[in-house]
Design a protein around this ligand. Structure first.
Ligand code: ACO
Length: 330
């Protein structure tokens, strides 16, 4: 049975840089409030009409270059996003078309902040089963066009940024690559972090008052999210370690979903990790949801923090609630 190995990574963020000071011109907020509660200093927003698939395309080009591959060698696409270009079809087929590919399958993953790890688990299973040799997995988000910059939405609007990360996952006979993945969910918490409309439940879907009731913007119970995140992140990280016979001392690099610096610090504290054992770049990009792990992974590699044979743990928690981890021998 082949193993699945990440052989190339790429990332892309739109050019428009929005610092916290810049944010104070859009939202009633302050640099101090945002930094203290999230660690975020700046993020990137699109400045012209552009979808998640456009950002994904740019990240993919870099991932292909790093993998020393051409697009026609990709035999399957997995696209994780909560902000697709259109309600339907998904962004996977749009990316396929933009890459000039014909006929190959494109799967869209709807698991929000956990989307990349969920997608990785699918890619790993497909490759191990011998179905595909080279899978393109992307996480890409355009949040900025859907945030509520009024007082009602400001606790959410300041946290999110636009961006994309891509990886090429290939079959290998070497004894390395993805060691395990673990996926979890608890739908009883679905409405603690959600975007309700436009949804299919209402008759008619675009009912009178839809603009006034706040359901066209994301809703987040921040305290509930924080409470569950700091419990479930460590649990799913430990699950990844125990499955493979490792302990926290064996982690070379933990790349958690970049939700909030306070959440990352709480995880590191609970697991007693040294600062060199975990990665954070939320100060530069904000929360880019499905894109945050592949963007962080790409930067960690560029900074030389992922080396040959490193034990890398990816971990995510988010809307659903969903949470997930992956252990990778690099
Ligand atoms: N700027 C300035 N003041 C603000 C802002 C803002 N952007 N947003 C809210 N406030 C004010 C509120 O009006 C309130 O003022 P009041 O005390 O006078 O009434 C005060 O700040 C506190 O508001 P809360 O909403 O209670 O803010 P809280 O301290 O809970 O912090 C936060 C909000 C940062 C979201 C926090 O709950 C948190 O860290 N949650 C974790 C969840 C998270 O980070 N999610 C990220 C995305 S989800 C994911 O990726 C898993």
């Amino acid at each position: 049975m082949p193993n699945a190995r990440i052989i190339g990574t790429g990332m892309y963020v739109p050019e428009r840089l929005v610092t916290n000071d810049e944010m104070t011109k859009i939202v009633d907020t302050s640099d101090e409030w945002i930094r203290e509660r999230s660690g975020i200093q700046e993020r990137h927003f699109i400045s012209e009409e552009c979808g998640a698939s456009d950002l994904a395309l740019e990240a993919t080009k870099i991932a292909l270059k790093n993998a020393k591959m051409t697009a026609d060698e990709i035999d399957f696409i997995i696209f994780a996003t909560l902000s697709p270009d259109y309600n339907f079809p998904g962004s996977g087929v749009l990316l396929q078309d933009k890459l000039g590919l014909k006929n190959i399958g494109a799967l869209d993953v709807r698991n929000q902040c956990s989307g990349f790890v969920y997608g990785l688990s699918v890619a790993n299973a497909y490759i191990r089963a011998g179905l595909y040799k080279n899978i393109l997995l992307v996480g890409a988000e355009v949040h900025s066009t859907g945030l509520d910059f009024s007082d009602e939405g400001r606790h959410i609007a300041v946290l999110f940024g636009d961006g994309a990360g891509a990886v090429i996952i290939s079959a290998t006979d070497e004894e390395r690559g993805v060691l395990s993945t673990h996926l979890h969910s608890d739908g009883s918490k679905a409405l603690e972090l959600c975007l309700i409309n436009p949804g299919s439940r209402k008759i008619p879907r675009y009912y009178e008052g839809i603009w006034e009731d706040g359901t066209l913007y994301p809703h987040m119970n921040g305290r509930e999210v924080f409470k569950y995140a700091v419990t479930l992140f460590p649990r799913v990280i430990n699950e990844a370690l125990e499955t493979n016979g490792y302990s926290t001392e064996d982690i070379d690099l933990l790349i958690p979903h970049q939700a909030n610096m306070r959440i990352t610090e709480a995880i590191a504290h609970r697991l007693k990790l040294r600062p060199d054992q975990y990665f954070s770049n939320i100060h530069k990009y904000g929360n880019t949801t499905a894109a945050s792990i592949p963007i962080a992974l790409h930067e960690a590699i560029e900074e030389g923090r992922v080396k040959d044979n490193s034990l890398v743990i990816l971990a995510a928690f988010g809307s659903g609630f969903t949470w997930a981890s992956a252990a990778i021998r690099w």
